[in-house]
Ligand binder design. Structure first.
Ligand SMILES: *[C@@H]1O[C@H](CO)[C@@H](O)[C@H](O)[C@H]1NC(C)=O
Length: 476
């Protein structure tokens, strides 16, 4: 009797396990199919970029437990108040408390150099300070060096001793990039339900502060452009303009006209990619649109940046940035990309304009629009960018269908006026043509439990570029 029961029990367990496994397999069938299609269809271009110049923002991210740091600094909990800029330890305490209580991520500039250095040196003495590469340019360089070790890559951006140590040795950091002390961005993390005085954090997030002279004033921008003359790169990647947003409007405009003049001098044969980052000042964004976007060959941005650009420069769906909820609608995003390409791209009316490529990335899908006489291998470029998003967020070596999920609309249109479509998982990369431009879209397999989200956009854009082929500049 006992033997029989045991037998039944074992059989049940085996059957249960088999059913459970089958369920798992069925659950991620779509993801498996997309990954398989990517592996089949994504190919490197015939002629790859081999000599890169990347700049100009780089720093060390120092991550510490925020409350522990405040205690170490002998700061006691007190009022909460939202200061725009931090001059004292009280300002730090009050502003930290303000966002800690609300549980929202925030970043504030620290205005006192000496005091900030003291805070950093205390932070370094905590039990487990973690140092990471920070700044879009350094993150882009790091990604390319990891995936394409044979590529020659020079980084012009502020690099102190610590960052130098963190960067892969295959990245060349020229003398002009060296600074005596690292620009440190202090990331004060806290956990959900953590307590600071009378406050309890409703979610886990972070408060960031830095005194960052080099990056906030783009002090290396002249050196960056001068470097081109002797180095002769075949691709230039520029980022960090958003950090100028903290400067007075006159300073901002002066820097921008300098950048504009320098961009005009870059030989037509060398494409320049500009990676944008989040900005809130409409006037500054309009200035970038008017003066810079038509002077670069390629632009990388996310949904906030693209829709805000359209708002600032009066493009289509110009109020959309205020109402986006969840994932942005594909046809609206693609309308805006087309408008950017037409408005800032080369044409009979604007023969000196250079823009021929826009790489859009958001959590759930990416689109790249190109001028086909300037770029090729576009479907692979967009596919490679989406594939790396899931890999990096999950912090794995290759796509894992169990860890990711497709979050794509069941029905969508590719542009306004298009018919309704649905995704074919066996052919996830969709291509179309509009007004002489070629578009490619790929869904992202979104990481279910992301571990690494810092620099995700940078990795996506870097990968997309390395899978793109620059055929020729339309102007040359
Ligand atoms: C999906 O794509 C595959 C591969 O190209 C094709 O064979 C199949 O017919 C497509 N399915 C639909 C419903 O269009």
């Amino acid at each position: 009797m006992i033997v029989k029961s045991l037998f039944v029990l074992i059989i049940s367990i085996v059957i249960g396990y088999v059913l459970y496994k089958k369920q798992l397999v069925n659950d991620n069938e779509i993801e498996q199919e997309i990954i398989a299609s990517w592996s089949e269809s994504i190919v490197l271009p015939k002629k790859q970029f081999r000599k890169l110049l990347v700049g100009i923002n780089s720093n060390v991210d120092l991550i510490v437990p925020g409350v522990e740091l405040l205690l170490k600094l002998n700061i006691t909990p007190g009022n909460d108040f939202n200061h725009d800029q931090l001059y004292t330890l009280d300002h730090l305490q009050e502003t930290f408390s303000h966002f800690f209580r609300k549980g929202s991520a925030a970043e504030r500039a620290f205005m006192d150099d000496k005091l900030f250095r003291k805070i950093v040196s205390e932070a370094e003495k905590l039990s487990n300070p973690k140092f990471y590469i920070g700044g879009n340019a350094a993150l882009i360089g790091n990604k390319i060096a990891q995936v394409f070790p044979e590529v020659e890559l020079h980084l012009v951006g502020p690099v102190g001793p610590k960052l130098q140590e963190l960067l892969p040795s295959s990245i060349t950091v020229p003398k002009i990039s060296h600074i005596e002390k690292d620009e440190v961005h202090l990331i004060m993390e806290y956990q959900v339900e953590e307590v600071w005085g009378p406050h309890r954090a409703p979610v886990a997030t972070r408060f960031i502060t830095s005194y960052d002279e080099s990056n906030s004033k783009a002090t290396l921008i002249e050196a960056f452009f001068q470097y081109i003359q002797n180095y002769h790169p075949d691709l230039i990647i520029l980022s960090g303009l958003h950090l100028l947003e903290g400067q007075p409007s006159e300073f901002f405009s002066q820097k921008l006209s300098l950048i504009q003049a320098e961009l005009a001098k870059v030989p037509n044969a060398i494409p320049v990619h500009l990676e944008l980052a989040s900005m809130v000042n409409k006037k500054f964004v309009k200035e970038i649109a008017d003066n810079i976007v038509s002077k670069v060959s390629s632009l990388g941005l996310n949904e906030q940046e693209l829709t805000f650009l359209s708002h600032a420069a009066k493009g289509p769906h110009s109020e959309y940035f205020e109402t986006i909820q969840g994932q942005p609608e594909i046809h609206k995003i693609s309308d805006i990309i087309l408008w950017v390409l037409i408005t800032y791209g080369h044409s009979k009316e604007n023969p000196s304009y250079k823009l021929t490529r826009v790489h859009f990335h958001c959590l759930t899908y990416h689109i790249i629009g190109i001028h086909p006489s300037a770029w090729s291998n576009n479907p692979s470029a967009v596919g490679a960018g989406t594939r790396v998003a899931g890999i990096q967020a999950c912090d794995v070596e290759s796509p894992d269908p169990d860890l990711v999920t497709l979050k794509f609309p069941e029905k969508f249109k590719l542009f306004s006026g298009d018919k309704e479509r649905s995704l074919n998982e066996s052919k996830p990369i969709i291509t179309w043509k509009k007004e002489g431009f070629h578009f490619a879209l790929s869904p992202v397999l979104v990481c279910k439990q992301p571990l690494k989200t810092v620099g995700l956009g940078d990795s996506i854009s870097a990968t997309g570029l390395m899978f793109s082929e620059f055929v020729s500049n339309v102007n040359s």
